[in-house]
Design a protein around this ligand. Structure first.
Ligand code: C2E
Ligand code: MG
Ligand code: MG
Ligand code: MG
Length: 285
């Protein structure tokens, strides 16, 4: 019976797998065309100084409304790009688009503004990233100190000497590096000490538990203290409730982002936020 069951499971499972593989392949073809035709879009979510309410930076977040696949979740998009050799093209597209947009805002009077760009871990391991970033800064006219690269905690980062070299090169350029989704990965204290990273972003899962779970409070406090002892700045992501924001501020968290403060929004809407600094909350996804 067990044998039949497992055979049945295999039969049931395989068509699904093929379907998924097919979707991934079709999506890769469409994605490549979308990159070439400039059909992808970036939305921008402000990162605030929690103390003053002022905007520090904008995080660029990929959006793709595909005629064929509808609105595709950025994580799926990134995964498809990784599997089909498009990661580099996609990451470069994002980097250039984000830097060009930032330069426009800077020239429009917001010279102090920074931009946070997410970079896939696989790109870090390839080693040409520092060169590509240097070129993008030169071409777009953005200063290195206005660019923050966000990278998720990923085991592969620690295993490859090349990726640590890349981080060092980027820091020498003057670019800041933020460890994204911090607390969900595998970094140990010694890894953290070795990495030339200067910002930690507390994963939103910890922030979500802040209002209900005493242990989450201790955990977040530990991350904030850790960051401080390593002279890194801390950003909390996923702030949805005023109570979470208050807790974070009490614990000494400097920067924050989340739906409570502002949603990711198209570039056209960002200017209003910059001018008014903190206009009323508006839905704009
Ligand atoms: P992330 O970098 O950790 O980005 C934060 C995610 O949380 C975003 O999801 C954002 O829309 C969402 N978010 C912001 N505030 C809140 C909140 O208050 N509550 C909740 N529940 N969520 C909030 P999004 O845009 O779907 O992106 C998902 C992930 O995809 C990103 O996580 C990042 O890892 C990746 N990603 C997005 N854009 C890019 C990109 O241009 N390049 C690369 N390599 N990865 C990207
Ligand atoms: Mg991020
Ligand atoms: Mg994050
Ligand atoms: Mg996250």
């Amino acid at each position: 019976y067990a044998k039949n069951q497992s055979q049945g499971a295999v039969q049931l499972f395989e068509p699904g797998m093929n379907e998924q593989r097919l979707r991934s392949q079709k999506m890769a073809v469409a994605l490549q065309a979308a990159i070439e035709k400039d059909e992808l879009v970036l939305h921008y979510q402000p990162i605030f100084h929690l103390g003053t309410g002022r905007i520090e930076s904008l995080e660029a977040l990929l959006r793709w409304q595909s005629p064929e696949f509808g609105r595709v979740c950025p994580l799926e998009l990134i995964a498809v790009a990784e599997h089909h050799g498009l990661a580099r093209a996609l990451n470069e597209w994002v980097l250039y688009r984000a830097c060009r947009q930032l330069r426009q805002w800077q020239l429009a009077g917001f010279g102090w503004l920074k931009i946070n760009v997410n970079i896939s871990p696989s790109i870090f391991m390839r080693g040409e990233l520092a060169e590509a970033v240097g070129k993008a800064l030169l071409v777009t006219g953005v200063g290195a100190d206005a660019l923050v690269l966000e990278i998720t905690e990923d085991t592969s980062l620690w295993d490859t000497a090349g990726s640590i070299d890349t981080l060092h090169e980027l820091r020498r350029l003057g670019v800041e590096i933020a460890l994204d989704d911090f607390g969900t990965g595998y970094s140990s204290f010694s890894h953290l000490r070795q990495l030339p990273v200067n910002k930690l972003k507390i994963d939103k899962s910890f922030v979500a538990d802040l209002s209900t779970d005493g242990r989450a409070v201790s955990l977040v406090k530990t991350i904030i203290d850790l960051a401080r002892s390593l002279e890194m700045s801390v950003t909390a992501e996923g702030i949805e409730q005023a109570e979470q924001q208050q807790r974070l501020q009490q614990l000494g968290c400097e920067l924050g982002q989340g739906y409570l403060l502002a949603r990711p929004m198209p570039a056209e809407e960002v200017a209003d936020w910059l001018v008014n600094d903190c206009p009323p909350y508006s839905e704009s996804v």
